[in-house]
Design a protein. Structure first.
Length: 191
């Protein structure tokens, strides 16, 4: 077989990579045997790591339009526009964070793992921004509509970038924790 060829004739896929003097063989079975199966407490710990994100998403999609319309007294159009701004921020942030989350990390906090740094950063952003966009415009209650829209937009964008950081870093742990496809599906179901 040539360099980087894949042998599909056997029961498990086998990749052979030739370097100048050595041939390395990697099989899916060898990878599965090298990692121990996940214990139930570890699976539950993984699932608990995503609870905060799910609670925030539930509040976001269930109550935010009502809050802006009934409490902040924004019109339906402006309340919907704030949600749209958040969704656009999420759509732009998600691929960027996914790329950055996969790159090597040179920060001191990365000694705990590159995924954890993004999880901590995102959780902090979400926790701080939640306070500001679930209250009336602090210091600008009597300001013009444009000022309120900018105020809430800033904190909504911070929230969505933080939410994407937690979501992406948490989901990217699945292939690192579990080598077996059934375990990966199980982790996805637990979260």
């Amino acid at each position: 077989m040539g360099t980087g060829a894949v042998d599909y004739g056997s029961s498990s896929a086998q990749v052979i990579v030739e370097t100048s003097t050595t041939v390395h063989t990697c099989t899916a079975e060898a990878d599965q045997q090298s990692r121990p199966r996940l214990t139930i407490p570890r699976k539950l710990a993984y699932g608990v790591g995503h609870v905060f994100n799910d609670l925030c998403a539930s509040m976001w999609f269930t109550y935010l339009v009502l809050f802006y319309h009934k409490v902040v007294l924004l019109g339906n159009t402006y309340a919907g526009l704030l949600i749209l701004i958040g969704q656009v921020a999420d759509a732009l942030a998600t691929p960027v964070i996914g790329f950055l989350c996969d790159t090597n990390c040179d920060v001191a906090l990365c000694r705990y793992g590159r995924r954890k740094l993004w999880h901590i950063l995102g959780t902090t952003m979400v926790a701080v921004s939640l306070f500001f966009f679930w209250h009336t415009c602090l210091g600008c209650e009597n300001s013009a509509l444009a000022v309120k829209m900018v105020y809430f937009s800033i904190f909504i964008i911070i929230f969505q970038v933080g939410w994407a950081s937690v979501q992406i870093s948490h989901l990217s742990l699945i292939p690192e924790l579990a080598s077996d496809e059934n375990e990966r599906v199980g982790l996805n179901a637990i979260r």
